[in-house]
Design a protein around this ligand. Structure first.
Ligand code: ANZ
Length: 808
């Protein structure tokens, strides 16, 4: 009897798949398409890690499942190659980033192949390939033409010793992460994309997306839409007005001060009297603090009185004007009215600095905290007695009549800072001309190639090393032909990843970034798989697609229909895997230890619901290996047997149909852990049936079904057994087994699963299922698990045959 030895069969089938070009996808209007992609990886020198293995196994399993259903499946791959690690390596070694990148890609490709991940390599893209970044640059010029790319002076962190700009993450407690020097803010011209113009449409479209709730919430909070009003306050003895943004104009009678952000344009000009020097120093110090520190509400509030006063337009009262660092320069108008009675931060500030605390509404719910919430107005003259919501409208209308107030919607999201003063990125395709200003590079002159340099280190003047390549910098203005200089900033890598999903559909196009017909056939992506970038990438790619839609370049707004946001795989003890701790599991080691790719893939999907983090378990992988081995051995026994029995067993038939139904449903729900469990169960049952002997026809059919059902998980073993069973072609090209509803019918019942009173899932369980089993089935359900994750289950209720309910 042949033994199951993954290393004998896996390489063989991998080359057969490659030879037959089974994963090459062609547009075919007669076929239903299915576009499945992972987030393209950064090909690091360390090679593929377990997270890659997990992510791309999910992609591949979905792809194979739909191929077996006759879909025209697209599973492409590409490389996110620009960025700091390669550049830093180049600075250290002098080896060109492109050279190292090419080596790393070759290694990654081999590794994907070893995992059995089926990829259409004819569509490979690489973001640092000039053929690719030509079109990234082209998109930039399109955004520029639409007024969506602009240059603006903005304050950046600057290290006076290293003479370089630092990212927010590179400032540690006010000091440079490299040399420890106190950083400064330096005003520099930077390029931005106007994502804020799309804040509303990005919010609106979010609602209907089939994305995990937590990602939608993260994006909603990031966009941070806030409806309120702007109100202008006169300054005593001055012409200027201070405009504040408030979500609670109904509390204007309770204002007891005005606070300006330290960086507010009026703050220094208002300093007068004995406190002026202190306030000036306070402003200087505050500007240096990071926004994250300033937003930390647990910090004690600080501030300084400017010596000036404003007038409350509602009641004519004089309000001291302060400067305080908890008011941020970049949000709203950078100025607030302080209402200590109803805002927690203002309260803390007022207590510290002895400002009046004036209550201006009574809570409708007296038990509630004083802050926030609704009620009836008091101490507010003729508005007394109004509901707060009504008062908001009336007070704004009243201020509007006097031209000092209006409704205003504000967003937390800022424009996307795209400039990087680094070498290894796509050069921003702009030429600066004294006469014509910033001129985009015309399409026929793209790409603006990165020039070759010898030394990649920034020179310390805050510009990228590109600024030193004079023959590259000095050029002609595309408009007037006069002498001009190239922009020396490169683009943030997120620009490259904001359109690669479109490029995959038409990767060889040399006339355009893509052909709309081709993109519109394949897109949007049906399943997009990843475990990171909840906000940045997943928001930017939506933003660009909204713009492309407006430009008529694509016929959809949203690039991704279903987002599969998976958890992370931790070390056996539950801690994060990290090189320094030496607890990293290398997927290729696991394969080489003899488990093979099939067991690794199947185990990765068996670890739990995709959404959840899970610890690696070496016993677990051994168990899954044994399971595949059992499928193997059973097939060998069947092949070697005399097949004496001729009777077709009704129970075996029913079991087979039930399994097809259950497994198909679970695959569709991406509930792969329960797919594996069901196939293990099926295999166990088959072993029980075999004691009666094998009947040729029925067993061939049941084993073939088992092989087809396991194929998306363990494709190599599946193809091997498929051919041993004398079936034709690859399993991927066979058609998915169908079940007969009558045979698949179980005495099943439907159990409703609630979490905190909300229905989160409906479970199909056998009517004899035990309470314990139902509880674990319910908590393993992906939709339920999402709401249980990280929570303590306070109560569990089971109403037999009807309902389970978790209270967390
Ligand atoms: C008066 C007031 C009374 C406020 C009250 C709240 C409660 P969101 O919801 O986050 O938009 N604010 C406005 N601009 C700010 C800035 N640049 N930095 C810090 N805080 C700022 O919050 C809006 C509220 O946050 C505004 O409404 C303002 O305080 C404060 F009972 O005005 B409010």
């Amino acid at each position: 009897m042949k033994r199951y030895n993954p290393s004998d069969i896996e390489l063989k089938w991998q080359s057969k798949w490659d030879e037959s070009r089974i994963n090459v996808a062609k547009k075919d209007d007669n076929l239903k398409k299915m576009y499945v992609s992972g987030m393209f990886p950064y090909p690091s020198g360390a090679g593929m890690h377990i997270g890659h293995a997990f992510s791309y196994t999910i992609v591949d399993t979905i792809g194979r499942f739909y191929r077996q259903h006759g879909y025209n499946v697209l599973t492409p791959m590409g490389w996110d190659t620009f960025g700091l690690p390669s550049e830093n390596y180049a600075i250290k070694t002098g080896i060109a980033p492109a050279v190292v990148t090419a080596q790393n890609i070759a290694n990654f490709k081999k590794q994907f192949s070893r995992m059995g991940v089926g990829i259409d390599w004819t569509r490979e893209v690489n973001s640092s390939d000039p053929e690719y970044y030509k079109w990234t640059q082209w998109v930039f010029t399109q955004l520029f033409d639409k007024g969506l790319a602009y240059q603006k002076e903005s304050l950046q962190w600057w290290c006076p010793v290293d003479k370089t700009v630092l990212a927010n993450e590179q400032v540690e407690a006010g000091n440079c992460w490299r040399c420890g020097t106190a950083v400064e803010k330096k005003s520099m011209k930077q390029w931005f994309f106007k994502i804020t113009d799309y804040a509303d449409s990005l919010l609106d479209e979010l609602e209907d997306l089939d994305w995990p709730n937590k990602i939608k919430v993260a994006q909603t909070n990031w966009i941070g839409k806030s409806q309120g009003a702007e109100v202008s306050f006169k300054i005593e003895n001055k012409e200027d007005l201070i405009t504040v943004f408030t979500t609670r104009p109904d509390t204007i009678f309770g204002a007891s001060a005005i606070i300006l952000a330290p960086e507010h344009e009026l703050s220094k000009g208002l300093l007068q009297g004995p406190n002026a020097d202190f306030a000036r120093e306070y402003i200087e110090q505050s500007i240096k603090k990071s926004e994250i520190d300033r937003m930390n509400d647990s910090r004690e509030k600080t501030g300084a009185f400017t010596g000036s006063y404003a007038i409350n337009p509602a009641n004519g009262e004089s309000l001291p004007i302060w400067v305080a660092d908890y008011v941020l320069g970049g949000y709203g108008t950078g100025a607030i009215m302080v209402v200590p009675a109803h805002d927690e931060r203002d309260y803390a500030f007022a207590v510290k600095y002895n400002l009046p605390i004036i209550k201006v509404y009574e809570k409708s719910n007296p038990g509630d905290s004083n802050f926030g919430g609704e009620g009836k107005l008091v101490n507010s003259y003729h508005f007394d007695g109004l509901e707060t919501s009504e008062a908001r409208e009336q007070i704004v209308a009243w201020l509007e009549e006097q031209w000092i107030g209006k409704n205003k919607t504000t967003f937390k999201m800022r424009d996307w800072l795209i400039s990087r003063q680094r070498y290894w990125g796509a050069p921003i395709p702009i030429i600066h001309c004294e006469k014509d200003g910033a001129v985009p590079v015309p399409e026929d002159q793209l790409p603006v190639m990165l020039p070759e340099v010898k030394d990649y280190a920034p020179k310390g003047d805050g510009r990228s090393v590109l600024a030193t390549v004079e023959e590259w910098v000095n050029t002609k203005c595309p408009k007037c032909g006069g002498p001009a200089k190239r922009e020396t900033d490169t683009m943030d890598g997120y620009a490259c990843s904001s359109w690669y999903l479109l490029r995959y559909t038409d990767p060889k196009n040399t006339h355009a970034a893509w052909n709309p017909d081709v993109v519109n056939y394949w897109s949007p992506v049906d399943y997009y798989v990843g475990g990171d970038h909840a906000v940045a990438h997943l928001l930017y790619v939506r933003f660009w697609t909204h713009v492309f839609n407006e430009m008529g370049l694509v016929n959809f707004k949203e690039p991704v229909k279903k987002l599969v946001f998976h958890g992370h795989i931790n070390a056996e003890d539950g801690s994060k895997m990290s090189k320094s701790k030496g607890n990293v599991v290398d997927p290729l080691d696991v394969i080489d230890q003899g488990y093979g790719a099939d067991a690794l893939r199947t185990y990765l999907l068996f670890m739990g619901p995709l959404e959840l983090d899970a610890p690696w378990d070496s016993k677990g992988i051994a168990g899954v290996y044994r399971f595949i081995n059992r499928v193997w051995v059973l097939t060998q026994e069947f092949l070697a047997s005399e097949k004496k029995s001729t009777k077709n067993d009704e129970a075996l038939l029913r079991l087979t149909h039930k399994t097809i139904k259950k497994v198909t449903d679970d695959y569709k729900r991406l509930s792969f852990n329960t797919v594996v469990a069901a196939l293990m169960e099926f295999t166990n049952e088959l072993y029980k049936f075999k004691v009666d002997g094998f009947s040729e026809e029925q067993w061939k059919s049941s084993l073939s079904v088992l092989v087809q059902l396991i194929a998306p998980l363990a494709p190599h073993a599946a193809d091997e057994l498929w051919s041993q069973l004398d079936q034709q072609g690859f399993v991927q090209n066979s058609s998915w087994p169908v079940w007969d509803d009558k045979l698949a019918q179980d005495e099943n019942i439907t159990i409703v699963v609630q979490v905190n009173g909300k229905v989160r899932a409906r479970l199909q369980v056998s009517k004899d299922e035990t309470e314990d089993n139902i509880k674990s089935l319910a908590s393993a359900d992906a939709h339920v698990a999402e709401y249980l994750e990280g929570k303590e289950i306070k109560k569990f209720i089971y109403v037999p045959g009807r309902l389970v309910s978790f209270v967390v």
